[in-house]
Design a protein around this ligand. Structure first.
Ligand SMILES: Nc1nc2c(ncn2[C@@H]2O[C@H](COP(=O)(O)OP(=O)(O)O)[C@@H](O)[C@H]2O)c(=O)[nH]1
Ligand SMILES: [Mg+2]
Length: 220
């Protein structure tokens, strides 16, 4: 009985995520969830990415945080149209929160949309936003055991950015081992070791995004 109740409670989120996905597809917007621990560098990755992508497209960002407008201010300064959602305690965004913002955005103007979730490797996994793809930002200081400890999160993402590689010489973390750990839980994961500070290593990510934008525009 309890299980059935939990399933029907989740269903309304899945239905809304499906509606969001259809709206984004109809508008030709390529949307990507950006997830990871607090402090992994999600926003700094987005700052560099927005700076690079706004050269030839219009980029939007939905920022999810428990409180403050700080991340939205940061990506706005990089050139994105940004909307901040404050979840007021909730540890993840859900499709209804995202849907409300989508209804008030001029989606026809956007090519690419990022949805930065609340920093958390657990709850955002189950709550789909309606984005076409999901990316995880994992930083070197978090160590090599996170993929095995949070496998659902790593399995739900298509791509991983391993951030803060500028710290490789001062941390006891082996990048090859971390890559193996990621592949052990998700053999298909595309992985880019990057430094968001300098944008080092981010070209592959940018190309993957451009491909997604082309696909979404063609399917409009
Ligand atoms: N050394 C280093 N620090 C970084 C890098 N990327 C982000 N940071 C720092 O990590 C902290 C958290 O970054 P932030 O983007 O706010 O992380 P978020 O909580 O995942 O959005 C900030 O102090 C960033 O300046 C990086 O590539 N190298
Ligand atoms: Mg952030």
């Amino acid at each position: 009985m309890k299980i059935r109740l939990a399933q029907s409670a989740m269903q309304k989120y899945d239905i809304k995520a499906e509606q969001n996905a259809r709206l984004l597809a109809k508008s030709g917007v390529f949307a990507v969830d950006v997830m990871g621990s607090p402090g992994a560098g999600k926003t700094e990755i987005l700052e560099r990415t927005v700076e690079a992508m706004v050269q030839d497209m219009t980029v939007g960002v939905i920022e999810g945080d428990i409180c403050t407008e700080r991340d939205a201010d940061r990506v706005r300064a990089s050139g994105a149209q940004a909307v901040q959602i404050n979840t007021e305690g909730a540890c993840h965004l859900d499709a209804h929160m995202v849907g409300e913002v989508l209804e008030n955005m001029t989606l026809g103007e956007l090519d690419l949309l990022f949805i930065e979730n609340v920093g958390n490797l657990i709850c955002p996994t189950r709550f789909r936003s309606g984005a076409a793809e999901r990316a995880i930002v994992l930083s070197l200081p978090e160590g090599t055991d996170k993929p095995e400890k949070y496998p659902s999160m790593f399995r739900s993402c298509a791509v991983a950015l391993v951030n803060k590689i500028d710290l490789i010489d001062v941390l006891p973390v082996d990048l090859a081992e971390l890559t193996l750990e990621i592949r052990r839980v998700n053999p298909h994961m595309r992985i880019w070791p990057v430094c968001a500070r300098t944008a080092q290593g981010m070209e592959g990510w940018y190309e993957w995004l451009r491909e997604g934008v082309r696909r979404s525009a063609a399917g409009r």
